[in-house]
Design a protein around this ligand. Sequence first.
Ligand code: C2O
Ligand code: CU
Ligand code: CU
Length: 443
Amino acid sequence: NQTIETEETNLPIPPLLKDHNDDPNKAEFHLTAQNATKEFVPGKTTETMGYNGDYLGPAIRVRKGEEVSVKVENELDEITTIHWHGLEVDGDADGGPHSGIKPGSSWSPEFKIQQPAATLWYHPHPEQETGKQVYKGLAGLFLIEDEVSDRLDIPKEYGVNDVPLVIQDKRFNSDGSFEYNLGMHDVMNGLQGATMLVNGAVNPLLEVPSGMVRLRLLNGSNASVYDLNFSNNQSFYQIASDGGFLEKPEKMDNLVLGPAERAEILVDFSDLKKGEMVRLQNKGSEFMKFTAKGKSQKDFTIPNKLTTIEKIEPNQAVKTRDFVFEGMGPTVNINGKQFDMDRIDEEVQLNDTEIWEISNESGMGMMGGTVHPFHAHGVQFQVLKRDGNPPPANETGWKDTVIVNPGEKVKVIATFKYPGDFMYHCHILEHEDAGMMGQFRVK
Ligand code: C2O
Ligand code: CU
Ligand code: CU
């Protein structure tokens, strides 16, 4: 598990996927999951998977109110699915393990976008194979815009001052390849690698306009919790969490981002002199550089209000459910049960509001324990309590994934507005694949 050294490369920006429908209220996209090869290190090739390309996929951008259809073709030689992580849609369109696409066939879900502007993502979800397929490269961004994101005076030029960063870590062999082979440590903690990738590039450099820049961060790793900051310790403002804008920007010096979590941040690069560099680092180790170009633009003001989030009050909840995450490695489970495709674990009434209490009781005592990022499909929730206390400010917006540290209990509240069968699980993909997943039916 060595860090791969390469020359710096320009940061690749995932292309925006073409909309094949001319009707402004409709969108039609085409995605193909395919096997490929890629050189992460020049001259060294590895086998990958990608959507419409050799690694990761294009960014899908839609507007609130749009009717969307996506034709997903499977050119892999194994079953896959495509799940819209964070999207509020009916169970039929959600793309969980029940929506398998056989090799050589396709799936065409349709859904209407009814939630606020947000940075979501898509990735495969086949039973027991999610970890491998995501690790090999199947993932992409799914961006929603709306009247609020239109109105806000924030950077919006995609790939220029509004830049997506899909952050992942890989374990490379010395020949430049990576495989999905789980050792004992990976079975326990999920697959973590020493080499960081951003948008599929090792050691990337991004030249940004000298001013305020918006970064849309996705932790697209299988299992790693990142703690991100800048090498010069400059602070930044978080403006959005998983499900959309926060009510107001939160000034921070570092950002903890668990697997599948997203954050949008505003970073002021106007003091960066020509030729100077700032590095983005994870727990002190640098993995990406920024330089600035053009005349320094200092006249930018951070909006003091972003949006209004209607708080779901605890007294609106008609039910409280407990989810206890337990076990280690192959025994990981929720409430004593491992995933069964044919079993519905929880039944929720359509339009009900519920409180879900998630506790992490894995490996307490002797073994130190492991984090479990909790995720539920088809719904955005609000965090009420983290270990008995109000959540930190950057967790007060819409969330679909929340870190639950060893010994912690996190309380969330949600209104279930979409019918169908959905998954809830740990987003350490090796835990999910080992069975740390259950199903809820909304009807
Ligand atoms: Cu990112 Cu079950 O999903
Ligand atoms: Cu999901
Ligand atoms: Cu877990």
